[in-house]
Design a protein around this ligand. Structure first.
Ligand SMILES: [Zn+2]
Length: 187
């Protein structure tokens, strides 16, 4: 993973890339209109694209209030955009026995899948100590694997954000190169 480092303070960053709205990682479907689903088709433009991303950042950020992280105090929120335009949210949920803890991303995925939804476009992730995002928080390996199960690594987008102005967009393929997915069982 390019430029990934964990600082002494525990804040996770991607120092090789500058933060900002011009960040766009990868090829595949063009950015314009990519996050705009049928529901928002009437305002198909870069503006609506930006609005959709902001919606996801807002929805993910709102989840910080629900995060249950009494042990790490590292709160994470996620907003998962389904193919049909619906947004499924999630927060991290820790446990006194530690291993039963669940990440925000997987909470969002499992909520969606449990409601019969299996097609997804993007997920936005925010997080930080005490619920104050001050840098980019990337999904853990387990969550990346869950994304591999339900998402096309070529097209599924992962939006890392803090605040409304700072976000980076990656393809799942960028964060999970040579990943193992359902198709590999038939290879
Ligand atoms: Zn995770």
């Amino acid at each position: 993973m390019k430029g990934y480092s964990e600082t002494e303070s525990g804040k996770r960053e991607f120092p090789e890339t500058e933060p900002g709205r011009n960040e766009y990682s990868g090829t595949g479907p063009g950015r314009k209109g990519y996050f705009v689903t049928e529901r928002g088709r009437e305002r198909d433009s870069e503006t609506s694209e930006e609005i959709r991303i902001q919606e996801l950042i807002c929805a993910a950020s709102a989840q910080l209030a629900h995060s249950y992280a009494p042990y790490s105090d590292f709160k994470v929120g996620a907003a998962l955009l389904a193919e049909d335009g619906r947004i499924f949210t999630g927060c991290n949920i820790e446990n006194a026995a530690y291993t039963p803890s669940n990440c925000a991303e997987r909470t969002a995925f499992f909520k969606a899948v449990s409601e019969g939804v299996r097609g997804f476009r993007a997920i936005c992730i925010v997080g930080g100590k005490s619920g104050n995002p001050t840098g980019y928080v990337a999904p853990c390996g387990v969550c990346r694997q869950v994304m591999m199960e339900f998402c096309d690594p070529e097209t599924f987008r992962i939006i890392l954000a803090y605040g409304r102005e700072n976000y980076k967009i990656f393809r799942l393929k960028d964060l999970m190169p040579e990943g193992f997915g359902p198709a590999d069982l038939n290879a």
